[in-house]
Design a protein around this ligand. Structure first.
Ligand SMILES: *[C@@H]1O[C@H](CO)[C@@H](O)[C@H](O)[C@H]1NC(C)=O
Ligand SMILES: *[C@@H]1O[C@H](CO)[C@@H](O)[C@H](O)[C@H]1NC(C)=O
Ligand SMILES: *[C@@H]1O[C@H](CO)[C@@H](O)[C@H](O)[C@H]1NC(C)=O
Ligand SMILES: *[C@@H]1O[C@H](CO)[C@@H](O)[C@H](O)[C@H]1NC(C)=O
Ligand SMILES: *[C@@H]1O[C@H](CO)[C@@H](O)[C@H](O)[C@H]1NC(C)=O
Ligand SMILES: *[C@@H]1O[C@H](CO)[C@@H](O)[C@H](O)[C@H]1NC(C)=O
Ligand SMILES: *[C@@H]1O[C@H](CO)[C@@H](O)[C@H](O)[C@H]1NC(C)=O
Ligand SMILES: *[C@@H]1O[C@H](CO)[C@@H](O)[C@H](O)[C@H]1NC(C)=O
Ligand SMILES: [Zn+2]
Length: 546
């Protein structure tokens, strides 16, 4: 999942890491051992051939271990632009090509201004005193912002309030100056759009100092993808120094950026099934720069791979009585989810182009999107995406099917005597552009950096047995977006169940004789109005960017 917690308070980093490590050890030692183990559920009666019965934790862990090896060879990361990311794509591709007859395609895209070259510079001059500030420590780049090449100091203009309204900007003259804006109220991309509109030469956003983790500059904050100005995030202290020095503050910004090319999505299609009624099953293939990304989202990446390998095998085995589905299934691994769902957005954007006429490649050929991101959190919950939580801008036609999928998952967990929770469809993962384009979506995840309340622990313990509810007041994934998100950061019991749930949902829908009717009883509009295309990823809905 992409989330604001990509940044870490540096002063507390050391302490935090230790705490997280201890917590993980405790969770693994205590929680995992207390939870029903895989062995307890292995003995199953002879069930008819089903996709669900093909799923087992041994296979899942075998592939996950390979992703850990790939991350270890890449300085412990699988983020885009690293060999860990390319290695992940190559691994998925070779598994599919060697073991299935699925039709594998790669789709490449560019992430603008993503690569930072050399050492970015920020200097300030306040009443004639010049200071050099340190990259990462005192300032960071806001991702996707433009290059800056100042050859002299440029006057700094503080923007009143928090720069979220035209009146804040019209009350001063920031044209050709560097605007200083405080964090808060609206998103960083919105502040940046105002700065662009009022023709600034550069933008500095400073942290607001309202809590202990709101002093240092934040890393990996995102701007609009099409931004035309340079923008830095600076510490609260530096922001206040510049503010107090105004109008005698000026700054010099220098940063060299270039595009990251060749970022890939992979999709693999069943050769059977109606192409104009495609089921899209997705997960993301990248991790964050900070760690191996094994739960996030190696667990989704591998869960999706296991579904693809098993479905292809069932379809292909001639002795098997497993009937192919009437619908094509397209398994996809999106790149750059952690950078703002870029791979999935690119895919939907391409499929919506009016000049795309190839049958099977148009958005109208898709019936739904199932999304699997973070499936194995050590202190898991079974979070079923809940139709009731979609953004208010969601096209009406997506609602009925999304509710059907929500209920399908709830029913499975009920039938298995497993507890479940509601998980938001408000943003933050790769289903967003599909939902915004009017498709029904759904999925399950085991939770990210959020905290498990005591009530949820008790709810789970009531079903799974006393002591099996996990830890209250601790994160679902204590290693979320950190270095310790390694192969040990996995709850095997939860992982197997979630992938089985995913298998059940796919099989259930694949076997319906009229999936389109089931999802869209009132029909569906083929051409989504252009206005909704801008919402494929509406940053104004993204709480992580404020
Ligand atoms: C893992 O991938 C899924 C599917 O793309 C995505 O929805 C989810 O956000 C990812 N999880 C995390 C924690 O990034
Ligand atoms: C790992 O990091 C070191 C030090 O930053 C660097 O020299 C090396 O090239 C990196 N290796 C890979 C595979 O990225
Ligand atoms: C840039 O992106 C923003 C936010 O998505 C959008 O409002 C704006 O119209 C875009 N500008 C251009 C020139 O495409
Ligand atoms: C820059 O960071 C260093 C190290 O944390 C700190 O000592 C210094 O005060 C910071 N400078 C400003 C202007 O905040
Ligand atoms: C700005 O400089 C002027 C002229 O040197 C001086 O009078 C004024 O006090 C300075 N203002 C601040 C806020 O330092
Ligand atoms: C990853 O693969 C892409 C596409 O082939 C290539 O452009 C890029 O240079 C590769 N990156 C690394 C770090 O090997
Ligand atoms: C389709 O349109 C896009 C955007 O207008 C353009 O970049 C692309 O080259 C076109 N593709 C074809 C096959 O004409
Ligand atoms: C999930 O949300 C629905 C409303 O959408 C509510 O009725 C239900 O009680 C919630 N279930 C749980 C387990 O939180
Ligand atoms: Zn993530």
């Amino acid at each position: 999942m992409a989330d604001k917690s990509t940044y870490i308070l540096f002063a507390l980093l050391f302490l935090f890491t230790i705490t997280a490590t201890i917590l993980t050890a405790v969770l693994l030692g205590i929680v995992v051992n207390r939870l029903p183990s895989n062995n307890a559920t292995l003995v199953e009666p002879d069930l008819p051939l089903s996709l669900v019965n093909q799923i087992n934790i041994k296979d899942l862990l075998k592939h996950l271990q390979q992703l850990q090896v790939i991350a270890d060879r890449s300085n412990g990361t699988r983020a885009i632009t690293t060999i860990g990311f390319n290695g992940t794509l190559d691994y998925i591709t070779s598994q599919l090509e060697q073991n299935t007859n699925l039709i594998v395609q790669r789709q490449y895209f560019t992430v603008r201004n993503y690569i930072i070259r050399g050492n970015p510079q920020l200097q300030s001059q306040i009443n004639g005193v010049t200071l050099h500030h340190t990259y990462i420590t005192n300032f960071t780049q806001i991702l996707y912002s433009s290059r800056a090449d100042f050859d002299s100091f440029v006057p700094l203009v503080p923007i009143p309030n928090v720069g979220c309204q035209d009146s804040d900007w019209t009350s001063v003259s920031a044209e050709n100056a560097v605007a200083l804006v405080k964090r808060g109220d609206c998103t960083y991309p919105e502040k940046s759009l105002f700065a662009q509109k009022y023709r600034v030469k550069g933008l500095l956003i400073y942290n607001d100092g309202t809590a202990s983790d709101r002093f240092l500059p934040i890393q990996n904050v995102r701007n609009n993808l099409n931004t035309t100005i340079p923008a830095f995030f600076i510490s609260y202290n530096l922001g206040i120094q510049l503010l107090n020095g105004a109008p005698n503050s000026s700054v010099k910004m220098n940063i060299d950026v270039s595009d990251a090319d060749g970022i890939g999505n992979i999709c693999a299609d069943t050769p059977t099934g109606e192409k104009t009624q495609t089921i899209v099953v997705g997960s993301h293939s990248d991790g964050v720069p900070a760690g191996s990304g094994i739960n996030d989202n190696g667990s989704g990446t591998v869960g999706n791979l296991i579904l693809a390998l098993n479905l292809a095998r069932l379809f292909q085995t001639s002795s098997s009585s497993y009937p192919t589905y009437a619908y094509r299934v397209r398994f996809c691994w999106w790149g750059a989810e952690e950078l703002g769902l870029l791979g999935a957005r690119h895919h939907v954007d391409q499929a919506l182009l009016t000049n795309v006429t190839t049958v099977g490649e148009r958005l109208q050929d898709y019936l739904l999107n199932l999304n699997y991101d973070m499936l194995a959190g050590p202190n898991y919950r079974f979070g079923i995406h809940d139709r009731a939580t979609v953004p208010s801008t969601t096209p009406e036609q997506a609602l009925h099917g999304t509710e059907k999928i929500t209920n399908l998952f709830r029913q499975w967990f009920n039938e298995q005597n497993l507890p479940w929770s509601n998980s938001s469809l408000g943003g933050g993962s790769d289903y967003v552009p599909f939902l915004a384009a009017g498709l029904a979506v759904g999925g399950v995840n085991t939770g990210a950096g959020g905290i498990k309340p005591a009530s949820e622990r008790d709810q789970y313990a009531a079903v799974l047995g006393i002591g099996n509810g996990g830890l209250a007041n601790a994160a679902y994934d204590p290693c979320y977006h950190q270095q310790c998100d390694r192969i040990t950061n996995i709850n095997p019991f939860a992982y197997e169940k979630v992938v089985k749930a995913a298998a059940h949902a796919l099989e259930y829908m694949g076997r319906l004789n009229n999936l389109q009717e089931w999802l869209y009883p009132n029909g569906r509009q083929i051409n989504i109005p252009l206005i909704n295309r801008n919402q494929l990823y509406d940053f104004r809905n993204d709480p992580d960017l404020i």
